[in-house]
Design a protein around this ligand. Sequence first.
Ligand code: HPA
Length: 277
Amino acid sequence: MNSDYIKLQEALKCIREKTDFVPEVALILGSGLGALADEIQQEASVDYSEIKGFPVSTVPGHKGRFVFGYIGDVKVVVMQGRVHYYEGYSLSDVVLPTRLMGMMGAKVLFLTNAAGGANLDFNAGDFMLIRDHIMAFFPNPLVGPNIDELGPRFPDMSEIYDRELRGIIKATAGKLDIPLKEGVYVQFTGPSFESPAEVRMASMAGGDAVGMSTACEAVAAKHMGLRVCGISCISNKAAGLAENPLSHEEVQESADRVAPLFKSLVKTSIENMGRVL
Ligand code: HPA
């Protein structure tokens, strides 16, 4: 059997020794957004360090645990802190948590991140509903022997970000009076921020936001047949579009500043997804 699949099954076994909670929605919290996990009606939590073979994040501001519980009537598993390719993990480790949440039973993956705005109309503090992504500047997480137990060798990617879920998020933002931009997320490897020329390239290619996560997780989830949606918190104008050099501190500060609004948008969207699950 595929060694990545064996690793996933062992990780699932560790989870199942701690909780038999079966989530409907899997939520990945990005930079500065981890506090949302403290607000859900918590049933159980499992530290990543307790899971055999699990990649543990090294980035400040990224806690490492799964939180299980309810948002409204919806059963969720929340990843408080994700792992990134730039930390040095193999891509199969980077997407292991996503796959694991699918194997726990989640039918929907809700992705969040902090991202740089490549679209000139975007400002720090804006939210962007992810309509599609460009992962062409990043290795594909499905390279290698296919895990047939999870999905097909050549999965379709013509609608990665589910139309109905996008509609629910848009309607929720409208009801909450939270302005919501929409656009294409471009994943780079990091950890250096992009050069201005790379940002221009991303923009000319049709991208609106640039970041170091998310698209590979979306592809791994879509491969397994999960319904995917996501929102970027635009924490800064991307390189070359702002006056000042970029810093991780700036990213975190902006994300922290709008975190309350972001949290209510994500929470209420998930509550509203209850009717389509
Ligand atoms: N580039 C890449 N990743 C990011 C950025 C950025 O400008 N802001 C937050 N994450």
